[in-house]
Design a binder for this molecule. Structure first.
Ligand code: SF4
Length: 377
C-alpha cells in the first residue's frame, strides 16, 4: 500500500499528457510508464529477432522496436509481428516506403520523422498507411541529426533547436489531422537531453518517449540514463522510456525498470534492498544477493526483500519489506516476514528458504489481487 499521503516528499506529479495506444499498450495520460527496448539482431533473421523480442518481453518490455532498413526487413517484420505478443515499433529512417510497408506489416508504431521523408505526397502516404493500419507514430528528434536549417539558425545542436525540430514535425502530422503520435528529443549529452525534454514537455501535450541516446556500455550507460531519465521522471516528465545501452536488450529492460522502481513509478518483480557489506556481516551478502537475483528472476509480482549483513541496519530495513533476512552470529540470522521478526535460520539454508518465502509471498499477493479485482467487477 502506498503511504505517500503521509510522505508527501515521495510524490511525483506526472505531467498531463494525452493518451495514445501503441497496439494494446496505452502510452500517456495516467497509463503506467512503459518500458521499451530495441533488437540488435538482423531483422531479416526472423528466428533470432523473434527470440530477442520474446526474451525482452519476458524481462518485462512493454514495447520492442525493430529496425527496418530495407524491403527485405519489411517482409521479415511481417513474419516477426505474427510470432510475438508485444507491440512492435518499426524504426524507419528516410525511406517513406519502409514506413508504409511497416504499417502494412502490422507494426504498432512507426518511429519516423515526417519532415525527413521527402515531399508532401510521401508524407501523406505514410500518414495514410499509419491511419489505415491503426499504427501510431513516434517523432524521434535526435541532436545528432538535426535539420540543416536549424543548425544554421542556432549554430549547434541546442535545446531550442531540438524543440523547434519537434514542433515542426508535430505540425506536419497535425496539419494532416493525425494526432496518434508521441515524441522524443534525445541527445547523448544529459544536460542537452534534459533541457530539450523540459522544453518539449511545455510545448505539447503529446506523450513523451524518454531516452538518452548512445548512452554507452552497461555501467556507464546505466548511470547516464539513471541521471538523465531519473531527473526528468522525477519532474513528472515521461510516458514511456528506453534505456540505450551497448548491451543485451534484456539489460536495457532491467535498467529501465530499476529506474522506475527507484522512483516508485512502477514496480515489477522483487525489489532487493541489500547492504554493501563490511567486516560486520554475518554471511556473504554480495554472493547471496547475486544468487538470489538469479533465483528470483521468475517472480513478476511487485514485492520487496531485504538482505542485510548485520543488526546495524537489518531490523530497520526489514520493517519496510515483505521478506527480510538479517545476519547474526554463529552462522545464523533472523528471517522477517511482513516487517516482523519471524524465525531464526542457519546461513547454509538461507538461499532456498528465502526463495520459498518470496514465492509464497508472491502467491499470496497474487491471490489477494485476484480477489480484490473480482470484488471490483
Ligand atoms: S548492515 Fe552491517 S554488514 Fe551491512 S554494511 Fe552495514 S554494518 Fe556492514
Amino acid at each position: 500500500m502506498s503511504l505517500n499521503h503521509v510522505r508527501p516528499w515521495r510524490n511525483i506529479y506526472r505531467r498531463k499528457s494525452r493518451q495514445i495506444m501503441v497496439g494494446n499498450v496505452p502510452v500517456g495520460g495516467d497509463a503506467p510508464i512503459s518500458v521499451q527496448t530495441m533488437t540488435n539482431t538482423l531483422t531479416t533473421d526472423v528466428a533470432a529477432t523473434v527470440a530477442q523480442v520474446n526474451a525482452a518481453a519476458e524481462a518485462g518490455a512493454d514495447l520492442v522496436r525493430i529496425s527496418v532498413p530495407d524491403e527485405a526487413s519489411s517482409k521479415a517484420l511481417k513474419e516477426i509481428v505474427k510470432e510475438v505478443t508485444v507491440p512492435i515499433v518499426a524504426d524507419i529512417h528516410f525511406h517513406y516506403k519502409r514506413g508504409i510497408e511497416a504499417a502494412e506489416a502490422g507494426a504498432a508504431c512507426l518511429r519516423i520523422n515526417p519532415g525527413n521523408i521527402g515531399d508532401e505526397t510521401r508524407v501523406k502516404e505514410v500518414i495514410k498507411a499509419a491511419r489505415d493500419h491503426n499504427c501510431s507514430i513516434r517523432i524521434g528528434v535526435n541532436a545528432g541529426s538535426l535539420e540543416r536549417h536549424l543548425l544554421e539558425k542556432y549554430g549547434e545542436p541546442c535545446p531550442e533547436a531540438m524543440v523547434e525540430s519537434g514542433l515542426e514535425h508535430i505540425r506536419i502530422l497535425e496539419d494532416n489531422d493525425f494526432h496518434n503520435f508521441k515524441i522524443s528529443v534525445k541527445a547523448s549529452d544529459v544536460f542537452l537531453s534534459a533541457a530539450a525534454y523540459q522544453g518539449i514537455a511545455e510545448a505539447t501535450d503529446a506523450p513523451i518517449h524518454l531516452g538518452i541516446t548512445e548512452a554507452g556500455g552497461l555501467v556507464s550507460g546505466t548511470i547516464k540514463s539513471a541521471i538523465g531519465l531519473g531527473n526528468l521522471l522525477w519532474m513528472g516528465i515521461g510516458d514511456t522510456i528506453r534505456v540505450s545501452l551497448s548491451a543485451d536488450p534484456v539489460e536495457e529492460v532491467k535498467v529501465g525498470y530499476e529506474i522506475l522502481k527507484s522512483l516508485g513509478l512502477r514496480h515489477r518483480g522483487v525489489n532487493i534492498i541489500s547492504c554493501p557489506s563490511c567486516a560486520r556481516q554475518g554471511f556473504d551478502v554480495i554472493k547471496t544477493v547475486e544468487v538470489l537475483e538469479k533465483r528470483l528472476e521468475h517472480i513478476k509480482t511487485p514485492m520487496s526483500l531485504s538482505i542485510i549483513g548485520c543488526v546495524v541496519n537489518g531490523p530497520g530495513e526489514a520493517l519496510m519489506t515483505d521478506v527480510g533476512f538479517t545476519g547474526g552470529g554463529a552462522g545464523s540470522g533472523m528471517v522477517y516476514l511482513a516487517g516482523k521478526q519471524s524465525h531464526k535460520l542457519s546461513n547454509d539454508q538461507m538461499i532456498d528458504h528465502i526463495v520459498e518465502q518470496v514465492e509464497a509471498k508472491a502467491a499470496q499477493l497474487e491471490a489477494e489481487k485476484a480477489a480484490s479485482d473480482k470484488a471490483a467487477e
